[in-house]
Design a protein around this ligand. Sequence first.
Ligand code: GLY
Length: 346
Amino acid sequence: MERVRIEASKAYEVLIGPGLMEKAGQWIAQAVKPCRAAVITDDTVAGLYGDKALKSLKAAGFAPCLWAFPHGERQKTMATLAQALEWLGEMEISRSDLVVALGGGVPGDLAGFAAAVYGRGMRFAQIPTTLLAAVDSSVGGKTAVDLAAGKNMAGAFHQPEIVLCDTDVMADLPPELIRDGSAEMIKYGILADPALFNAMKAGAWKADRESAIARCVSIKRDYVTADEHDEGKRQFLNLGHTFGHAVEKCSHFTLTHGQGVAIGMVMAARAAGMDPAEIEAACAACGLPTAPPYPAAELYQAALRDKKRRGGKITLVLPEKIGQCFLRTIDIAELPAYFAKGTGET
Ligand code: GLY
């Protein structure tokens, strides 16, 4: 098993290894004294892992209960958050109890946000069940729901007590969920680790998922501990996201986050004047698309409401070479030119 310690406003460990779901209660009990544990998940994950999680929490001395909402990004709303909070109230969960966020990015972000605001803030544990959640959203304390104005527009920074990433769960994922997580893993390679990038390109990471996931979490740790509240260095983690969110939005979310990020990273390379061939090859090797499916003008309109925009400015993450990127803050008026370069229109 690999352990990555995150020293943010709260210090906690991310454990990565086999069999962690089965023993979730035991591991959580090392971080939080047994108490009532409110598991928040979606209906798909509840069917797959709900009983296992409840059984293991019970065996470790927790008094667990579970609430599941219908799966899908469309459910990541203030309305579902309100239901989750009301459920915590009905269950008489107190702020000294624990929320357990079980699932992919949607349950993780929503349950984390519920924990951030219920009782003005309570503790929570993350058990990611998708590769994307394991390497990205479960680590670093970003919690959120979507608003009509955009994805993750309402949320809070709230760090978990512990993150348990079971590599057996990761080995059982359907191909589309592996693809989605792979995009974020390629991102870490482009940001900071040519060896990881090459392992993604060659498919070699699958031979040792534990190390590959731990490497991604360690890279994320460096950005989060340097800039927990996303005002400086953490913005590097948005590589491919300004372009990628626009792609997702134009597709009305028929393209997944990972697919958007893959296309977004290729666009970022082009916009930076870097030959995107290597990034295209790594994405293609992971079954991810690379060609922007919409014209620059349409993508730019979608990007205008990006929450990364601050006033009349936006900070882009641009790759220089594999393993090295830089931040460039530009006026919004300059953005159309970057989109046109990113799609290859200029
Ligand atoms: N997913 C980007 C971040 O955690 O900052």
